[in-house]
Design a protein around this ligand. Structure first.
Ligand SMILES: Nc1nc2c(c(=O)[nH]1)N[C@H]1C(S)=C(S)[C@@H](COP(=O)(O)OP(=O)(O)OC[C@H]3O[C@@H](n4cnc5c(=O)[nH]c(N)nc54)[C@H](O)[C@@H]3O)O[C@H]1N2
Ligand SMILES: Nc1nc2c(c(=O)[nH]1)N[C@H]1C(S)=C(S)[C@@H](COP(=O)(O)OP(=O)(O)OC[C@H]3O[C@@H](n4cnc5c(=O)[nH]c(N)nc54)[C@H](O)[C@@H]3O)O[C@H]1N2
Ligand code: SF4
Ligand SMILES: [Mo]
Length: 863
């Protein structure tokens, strides 16, 4: 990049100049805040409670304000009882997010029609009126032609104003194309949950757990529940809970565990299946759980489908009558066995699973996953022992199942080509142990909330959505397919998209930077007219035609998301404390303005009421609702009428759940016993979806689908093939596994890189590096700190080696969040390695999940 920071800033006009001259944020703030609503007068010091939204942990905060100027952010002590005991360095330095001189302050219009990472957009400032009216005009023309040609994309934006406003807007406008970031995040984990137990989300019941297996949940550096897991895991460890961290890198979570099992990347499924095999062999499995709560006893025919009676009920082998029956009162399902029913050969789903474990011996696990056979045995035996299968505990006079073992993961098992299947294996292991919704086990969130997840995919073709969600390409993608939008835009014919999208609006997402094969993502941005709503000139903003500023989380109203725990739930808000750059709009009011200009305000209001479920406190047609009023309605509806003064005072109401609610409202009430639906030990719907995929591919001669690969991915049970993502098989000349991870001092790809306080936290935080095993580096003659090239099949980057014992010798790791490219960001924010430009993209075809940890690479010593 040849443009110097100074030249480039000249091109930015006032916006950059303000940053360059380092105008004191405090001075600006003092001048601007004095006149604003709710801001304290001179000489006053007050504290405002709110919810941090610098990352997705949503901690309670208490902000000190002096003369209207925000001075410090503290944790809200009242929330400790429910969630966070403290806040992290990002949250504590969150003032910088708001006082940041690099904020976008006014709407900007591109004057250079050429788009590219190296192009100067030639920004000119425009008025809000010009920006909103030109955007609305374009949207109106598109709407009259085909509203699907508009794509709305958000990432963190989902949490800033809540995705229900954008969803309501998209509905009112008429586009199906609203795309969130989940397939670049954890979608495979969600989809595995959904196809298994009918909704998504889980947390270990750490308060009662005795053994926690953590597969790469990075809760001291990342995680979405970190500010609860950090202290609750620490407390539980003091109480005696054992933590085993299974991941290729010694994360901070692994460094604080009792045992670190440095597994080979992507091979977890084989370890889990290997442990399952041992538990079954030893008979340390929860027979009651498997037969009464899951479909493991269901009879499977040779076509992979369940046997059914004339009413469509699935059949089990009844040990009482010695016949195949639906599981109704009086029937005792057999967990094992092969039978002939009405001339059809069949076998229980459990036996089918057992057969797939054939050959997954501890020695095989050692060979594939490089976990010593003895460790595999020890872990399985200890799990079996600690699960206390059959035990119960009495709380307040009620008896509960007690299984104090849990398996947790976040992206460690899901950010993978076979993420869905790998986490399915984790769920099956927990069915064997019977620890789901048991005291001390894994606590499932809203079990069976959506029975439709148990149905086969619509396998739609031609696709109605640009991201191909639930189409024949991604049959069970229920969380959008973020990275696919770019690929469809670049080649709509390949996917049979029946229209050509024309415009994209990006709200708080740096999509192309945060996705693998990132350069391809950037290329696609030349295909559409782009509007970006952000707080800094992120890379996606640099590809925009119009950029709109936004208010930050300390400047805006919203009903905030919160993080539940197994034993608490809550409602929270965010409230404005200042408006540093006198910005008149946030994304909420931008949507409102656009709806008005498009003449769809009343439809929008109707959709808002639907999306948010506003009944008693619904919005009325024919008028505007400023953000504060909207939040008041949402608060009243959600809290069933609790005074809004509580929201303004505490920003929060919390509730402790009674034990019966925690342990009896999930699997106990939804799945247990005769006549109930069953948790999917065997995911039969994947077999049905595969049949549909085959039919659709044949009917339409779709070339982009390799049926064999789909058959492997859509297997009803996890199998050892799921340990071999595409690059592990074909990138034969690339010896190292390449994984990525998050760091505490940064959030995602964008605004935290401009926060100099975070960069000053330690000697190595300004930059990232290539983690390489010390002995491996030595044997290659590579010195600590040496600059090397990291090459993959799609590109190469240069970076500094950091030699450490905390990584496997066959693996290198590079953190996320570094190597920003935008010249709208300060130089100090643009350091480090942007690893996503060399990560290969091999999405999980079940869930649409982008793969982040499957690429293989070479490390080349610089000449
Ligand atoms: N290699 C690698 N890649 C990864 C990951 C990884 O671990 N490794 N993690 C993945 C994960 S889990 C995720 S969720 C994605 C995230 O993907 P991203 O899209 O990068 O992250 P977001 O936080 O959704 O969006 C970031 C953008 O939001 C803007 N923003 C922040 N606050 C505000 C605000 O108040 N208003 C507005 N309008 N904009 C704001 C930021 O300036 C930035 O441009 O990245 C994924 N990419
Ligand atoms: N500081 C900070 N906190 C954040 C965020 C952030 O950007 N910064 N982002 C938030 C978001 S959106 C999310 S989704 C969460 C994500 O939270 P996590 O999933 O907890 O964190 P990541 O670092 O993305 O997860 C990757 C972890 O998996 C390990 N890993 C990689 N490959 C494998 C493998 O094959 N097997 C196993 N077992 N482990 C593997 C890595 O070493 C790493 O520790 O973090 C949230 N919290
Ligand atoms: S963990 Fe996230 S939400 Fe909590 S204080 Fe840190 S940045 Fe804010
Ligand atoms: Mo994420």
């Amino acid at each position: 990049m040849s443009t110097s920071r100074r030249d480039f800033v000249k091109g930015l006009g006032m916006l950059g100049a303000c940053a360059e001259l380092s105008v004191s944020p405090t001075a600006i703030a003092q001048a601007l805040t004095a006149a604003r609503e709710g801001v304290s007068g001179p000489g006053a010091t007050d504290y405002v409670k709110s919810t941090c939204a610098y990352c997705v942990n949503f901690c309670g905060i208490n902000v000190k304000r002096e003369n209207g100027v925000l001075r410090a952010i503290y944790p809200d002590e009242k929330r400790a009882e429910f969630y966070n005991h403290g806040i992290c360095p990002k949250g504590a330095s969150g003032l910088f997010n708001t006082y940041n001189p690099y904020r976008i302050k006014r709407p900007l219009k591109r004057t250079n029609p050429k788009k590219g990472l190296d192009e100067d957009p030639g920004w000119v400032e425009i008025s809000w009126e010009e920006a909103l009216s030109s955007i609305a005009e374009r949207m109106d023309a598109i709407r009259k032609d085909n509203p699907a040609k508009l794509i709305w994309q958000h990432g963190h934006g989902k949490y800033l104003i809540g995705d229900k406003f954008p969803k309501a807007f998209a509905k009112a406008y008429g586009t199906p194309n609203l795309v969130h970031r989940t397939t670049t995040c954890e979608a495979a984990r969600h989809v595995a949950d959904e196809i298994t137990w009918g909704y998504h989300g889980f947390l270990p019941d750490v308060e009662n757990c005795r053994m926690l297996l953590n597969f790469g949940a990075n809760y001291f550096e990342a995680e979405q529940f970190a500010r609860w897991l950090d202290h609750s895991v620490t407390d539980a460890k003091e109480r005696g809970m054992k933590v085993v961290a299974i991941e290729p890198r010694l994360s901070v979570a692994a460094s604080k565990a009792d045992q670190w099992v440095p597994i080979r990347p992507g091979k977890d499924v084989v370890l889990i299946l290997g442990m399952a095999r041992i538990l079954i062999e030893r008979g340390t499995i929860d027979l009651q759980y498997l037969t009464e709560y899951t479909n493991a006893p269901n009879l499977v025919g040779q076509d992979g489908r369940f046997l059914r009676d004339g009413d469509g009920n699935t059949l089990v082998w009844d040990e009482v009558s010695g016949s195949a029956r639906a599981f109704t009162e009086g029937v005792k399902p057999a967990l094992r066995g092969s039978y002939t029913v009405a001339g059809k050969e069949c076998q229980t789903a459990f036996d089918q699973f057992d057969a797939t474990l054939d050959g997954i011996t501890p020695e095989y696990v050692e060979e594939v996953a490089d976990v010593p056979a003895a460790t595999v045995l020890e872990l399985a035996e200890e799990l079996g022992k600690q699960a206390l299968i059959g035990a119960t505990v009495v709380i307040d006079g009620e008896t509960y199942r007690y299984r104090p073992v849990a398996i947790h993961t976040f992206r460690g098992l899901s950010a993978k080509q076979y993420g869905t299947q790998t986490w399915r294996a984790g769920l099956i292991l927990q069915m064997l142990l019977g620890c789901m919704d048991a005291v001390g086990g894994i606590n499932l969130h809203s079990v069976y909330k959506k029975p439709q997840y148990f149905e086969e995919s619509p396998a739609e073709y031609p696709p109605s959505r640009v991201d191909l969600q639930e189409s024949v390409f991604f049959p069970h993608a229920t969380h959008n397919v973020a990275q696919q939008v770019a690929l469809t835009l670049l080649d709509p014919d390949k996917y049979g998209l029946p229209y050509t999208p024309e415009m994209q609006i990006f709200y708080a997402t740096n999509r192309p930077m945060s996705t693998s094969d990132a350069h391809t993502q950037f290329e696609s941005l030349t295909k559409t007219y782009n509007v970006v709503i952000d707080i800094v000139l992120s890379e996606v903003a640099m590809m925009a035609d119009i950029v709109l500023p936004d208010l930050t989380y300390l400047e805006s109203w919203h009903l905030s998301p919160t993080r539940y725990t197994p034993s608490t739930k809550h409602t929270a808000i965010r409230q404005p404390m200042t408006n540093v750059y006198n910005i008149p709009h946030d994304a909420y009011s931008i949507l409102w303005e656009l709806a008005k200009r498009l003449g769809i305000r009343d439809e929008y209001i109707e959709q808002i009421n639907k999306q948010w479920g506003l009944k008693k406190y619904a919005m009325e047609a024919g008028r505007d609702y400023p953000a504060k009023e909207a939040v008041e309605l949402l608060w009243l509806e959600t809290t069933k009428g609790k005074s809004f003064s509580i929201a303004k005072e505490d920003a929060f109401v919390g509730q402790h759940l009674p034990p019966a609610k925690i342990y009896k409202s999930g699997v106990e009430s939804k799945f247990k016993g005769p006549g109930k639906p069953k948790m999917n030990f065997y995911a039969e719907q994947l077999v049905a979806s595969m049949k549909k995929v085959e039919a659709v591919v044949r009917e339409h001669s779709i070339k982009a689908i390799d049926l064999d690969a789909y058959r492997t991915a859509l297997s009803p049970l996890p199998i050892k093939d799921h340990a071999f993502p595409e690059p592990h098989k074909s990138a034969v000349d690339f010896p190292y596994y390449l994984i990525t991870y998050k760091r505490m001092n940064r959030n995602q790809m964008g605004n935290t890189s401009t926060n100099p306080i975070l960069n000053a936290l330690g000697p190595d935080v300004k930059d990232n590096f290539i983690l390489m095993n010390t002995d491996e580096a030595r044997s290659r003659g590579i010195a600590d700190g040496e600059v090397v090239s990291l090459e993959t099949r799609i590109g190469s980057v240069k970076g500094k080696i950091k030699a450490t014992q905390g990584i496997r010798p066959d693996t290198v790791a590079v953190s996320y969040h570094y190597g920003q490219q935008s010249k709208g960001l300060p130089d100090y924010a643009r350091t480090g390695i942007w690893i996503n430009q060399v990560l290969e993209a091999h999405p999980d075809v079940v869930s649409g999940m982008n793969s982040f940890n499957d690429t293989k690479c070479r490390i080349i010593k610089s000449a």
